[in-house]
Ligand binder design. Structure first.
Ligand code: F3S
Length: 394
């Protein structure tokens, strides 16, 4: 792989031991995947933030990197943590977990990483442009930035994203290269899609079929950005889809080659079967929305639906701190609290230690959360649209 003079100096250790170690990792990755050179990145998003995911070894590693003075070279946002960083006590997060989670946050902060703790950085102040090279790691954020924005990122692991942040570069391979952004499947959708959950069901179904290949959708006549983030998140979870195109909606759909692809039709029955398959129980202990992290519009919709009502079971809606601030200002959070729910920032149902907080069955409207909750969090799942979920708890 070609390296510039500065990059050779990084490799020789002239910028310190941490940068040398991190850059070596990037070079190794580039060699494995056949990169021709390094490219500068416009921004980074680092996953591997929850103490539940990285445990003590990961925490010690981050503390070690931070203690050696390593600093970010480009704007870097953080994925959700394992708890609401401000309101964890009131929400019942375990004290010992909180202590360790805050060690991780401190380490990232020392490196200059912005403590945004969200999987929707594009809603919270880190919006890449079309064709910008970035190095993001959370799978739904990767899917959204590649597909809906048309930025270019591979699905980075926590360590490679951190390395990209501290070196300001990533190896040029995979989705950074135009030839690798071409679709492999034509997915024709014959069902109406109304709720965000319908897009989650579609994504779950298609991800299982296409696995890590790129789908090109037709038949989706309209979708807002919340629905596209639900679609991408579910496909990234049930398969490993990091990029998709939707005819007439996503920016590269008109540019890629879409002839001669294997065609698969998705019917209403396929989606109904997906909902059935992901419904394990009858009454949830709690409903948790906001996977991926809710937009202000999604919080407003929930507030509108439960205004003046009384919930028999709690509802959380997970979001970024920035969206919560705006929701507080607009009175949406207060409406949700008055009904017995919570707007929870910085975390989500999957990366928080929800299984240690007395919950056994969770209602979700996210195909991604429905995919992960049984395995990661030992939860039974009710996967349904927001109105069906509310019927169970109002
Ligand atoms: Fe985000 Fe957590 Fe879902 S990180 S995409 S809300 S599993």
């Amino acid at each position: 792989m070609y390296l510039s003079q500065d990059e050779e100096r990084m490799l020789q250790g002239e910028f310190g031991e941490v940068v040398q170690r991190m850059f070596r990792l990037l070079v190794r990755l580039g060699d494995i995947y056949g990169a021709d050179k390094m490219i500068p990145v416009g921004s980074v998003q680092v996953a591997g933030v929850s103490y539940k995911s990285i445990g003590e070894p990961g925490t010690l590693y981050l503390e070690d990197v931070a203690s050696k003075g390593a600093k970010t070279q480009v704007i870097t946002f953080l994925n959700p943590a394992g708890m609401d960083l401000e309101n964890w006590k009131a929400l019942g997060f375990p004290k010992n977990f909180a202590k360790n989670q805050l060690r991780i946050i401190d380490a990232f902060k020392q490196m200059g990483i912005i403590i945004t703790t969200t999987c929707t950085p594009y809603l919270a102040g880190n919006l890449p442009r079309f064709r910008e090279h970035i190095a993001w790691s959370e799978s739904s954020a990767v899917s959204f930035s590649n597909s809906v924005i048309g930025a270019r990122t591979n699905r980075e692991g926590g360590p490679s994203a951190l390395a990209a942040s501290l070196c300001g570069r990533t190896p040029r391979y995979g989705f950074h290269v135009w030839e690798n952004r071409q679709p492999a499947f034509h997915i024709h959708v014959e069902s109406n899609l109304t709720y965000n959950a319908d897009f989650g069901a579609l994504g779950y179904h298609v991800g299982k079929i296409v696995k890590d290949k790129i789908p090109y959708f037709t038949g989706i006549t309209n979708a807002d950005t919340d629905q596209l983030k639900a679609l991408g998140a579910a496909m990234a979870a049930s398969g490993a889809v990091a990029l998709y195109h939707v005819e007439g909606l996503t920016p590269e759909a008109d540019l890629v080659k879409n002839e001669g692809l294997e065609k698969i039709t998705v019917t209403k029955k396929n989606l109904d079967d997906t909902f059935d398959k992901l419904n394990e129980g009858t009454t949830p202990d709690i409903v948790i929305l906001g996977c991926p992290h809710a937009s202000l519009r999604e919080i407003a919709v929930l507030a509108g639906k439960i205004k003046g009502k009384h919930l028999r079971k709690p509802i959380w809606i997970c979001t970024s701190r920035m969206m919560k601030e705006a929701a507080d200002r607009m009175g949406f959070s207060q409406t949700i609290e008055a009904a017995g729910g919570h707007v929870v920032a910085d975390t989500c149902m999957v990366v928080s230690p929800i299984e240690d907080m007395g919950y056994k069955q969770i209602g979700v409207d996210s195909g991604k959360a429905a995919n992960y909750l049984p395995g990661f969090c030992k939860q039974k799942v009710n996967f349904a649209n927001i109105d069906r979920l509310l019927e169970k708890v109002l």
